[in-house]
Design a binder for this molecule. Structure first.
Ligand code: NAP
Length: 409
């Protein structure tokens, strides 16, 4: 089912650190909809950057694994076990977007992938790229990294249709045993959130902030309404900071308006609806944001829009050992196969992947070439329609323009 590239080696892990060979085997899922177009562009850009940066000494041995429509057509399974095993074995992978039908049909493959591999942290950096059209007056003030919990919350898939025997039984249990009236005809869902999952996500955000010299971590929650789930997320975050980050992390309330000590990260919290307006009005006050699953989903797209839209929004899904990189956007089916989609967010996800491998020279080459291409007004349709005087390029031509800038052609 998969096509192994000869000559690749498996990435190892020692003392929690990746041991990356010069020809790492890296599995990829092409994806549905615009996936094949943006993946082809991304792969070409990454291969060229690695070649330019390391002159043939390093190279990626890509390994195709199947998921989504292509997997179903070839194997009868939407997400073959072999694909999940490949990500677990090879430890670093990248994927295009996968279709999820609304309402009935298959469950989200993305959610299954994240839950099965325990990819508990979804990391989405949002920063402005020079030249990208933005609805903001000061888009360059947006420089945030979202850490979204990936395994719990209403994404756990614990949901029952209105009128189903399960929903009725649950409504009856809640009414009779817990003393809370629930309409027996209601559709019902559960929102599980644990201290364990919340704390490990928040710890990852704090570690990132400390390692990268960030000023603050904001806990985003709707704890005024959902006191025992989202409110607990906030409380678990502050407790974690007190117990494990004393001296390195200071709670905003404890500072009482004073500046933190040099190198100290400020931990604060904001109610979700308030945070949406805060990041619009005062983006410079927000830095790293740690959030439960659903809030993080909404905030990711909203922040992406502030810096020019989903075409430039990268992401990574991380467990303690496995990393799967993917764009924030979906399959944009109306653009499938038309060579018009913006590959920018998958290319930027690949930049994150190269950084994760420690191949920073190749990562910088891609980032800088992408930024210069956009700044020169050579952009795909999504950006061209907002950028008067720009030159509209197809997906593949945009990738070629980026590659040409890596060697100053
Ligand atoms: P979407 O695929 O993200 O597309 C929404 C809109 O965003 C598009 O219509 C287009 O806007 C713009 N867009 C997104 N990516 C673009 C790109 N690379 N280049 C140019 N424009 C881009 O969201 P959706 O339509 O809600 O979802 C479609 C499918 O994708 C669903 O099945 C959904 O479940 C799935 N999905 C998958 C993932 C994932 O795999 N991680 C994530 C989200 C959604 P305009 O119409 O304004 O041109």
């Amino acid at each position: 089912m998969s096509t192994a590239v000869p000559g690749g080696d498996i990435i190892g892990v020692a003392d929690g650190k990746l041991m990356v060979p010069d020809r790492p085997l890296i599995p990829f899922i092409e994806g549905d909809g615009i996936g094949p177009d943006i993946w082809a562009a991304t792969r070409a850009v990454v291969d060229r950057a690695v070649e330019v940066a390391y002159g043939g000494r390093r190279g990626i041995a890509w390994l195709e694994v199947l998921a989504g429509e292509k997997a179903y057509a070839r194997t009868g399974s939407w997400l073959p076990d072999e694909t999940l095993e490949a990500f677990a074995t090879y430890k670093v992978g990248i994927k295009g977007p996968l279709t999820t039908p609304v309402g009935g049909g298959i469950r989200s493959l993305n959610v299954t992938l994240r839950q099965t591999l325990d990819l508990y942290a979804c990391v989405r950096p949002v920063r402005y790229l020079r030249g990208v059209p933005s609805p903001m007056r000061r888009p360059e003030a947006v420089d945030m990294v979202i850490f979204r919990e990936n395994t719990e919350d209403v994404y756990a898939g614990l949901e029952w249709a209105a009128g189903s025997p399960e929903a009725r039984a649950l409504a009856e249990f809640v009414s009779e045993r817990l003393g809370k009236a629930v309409d027996p005809e209601a559709a019902l869902g559960l929102k599980p959130m644990t201290a364990r999952a919340s704390r490990r996500l928040i710890a990852r955000a704090l570690d990132y902030a400390l390692a990268h010299g960030r000023r603050s971590v904001t806990l985003m929650h709707k704890g005024n309404i959902m006191k025992f789930t989202e409110g607990a997320f906030r409380d678990w975050g502050y407790a974690l900071a007190r117990e494990q980050y004393a001296g390195r992390v200071a709670a905003e309330a404890d500072l009482g308006g004073a500046e933190p000590a040099p190198g100290q990260v400020v931990l604060k919290d904001r109610i979700a609806d308030n945070l949406f307006q805060q990041v619009l009005l005062y983006p410079e006050q927000y830095d790293v944001i740690a959030t439960p699953n659903l809030n993080g989903d909404y905030l990711s797209d909203a922040l992406a829009a502030q810096v020019g839209g989903l075409g430039m929004a990268p992401g990574a899904n991380l467990s303690d050992t496995v990393a799967v990189f993917e764009a924030t956007h979906g399959t944009a089916p109306k653009y499938a196969g038309q060579d018009v989609a913006n590959p920018g967010s998958l290319i930027l996800s690949a930049v994150m992947m190269l950084e994760h491998l420690g191949w920073n020279e190749a990562a910088s080459l891609v980032f800088s070439a992408l930024e210069r291409t956009v700044a020169a007004g050579e952009v795909t349709r999504d950006l061209a329609r907002q950028l008067p005087g720009s030159r509209e390029l197809g997906t593949a031509a945009f990738a070629r323009a980026v590659m040409a800038r890596m060697t100053g052609e």
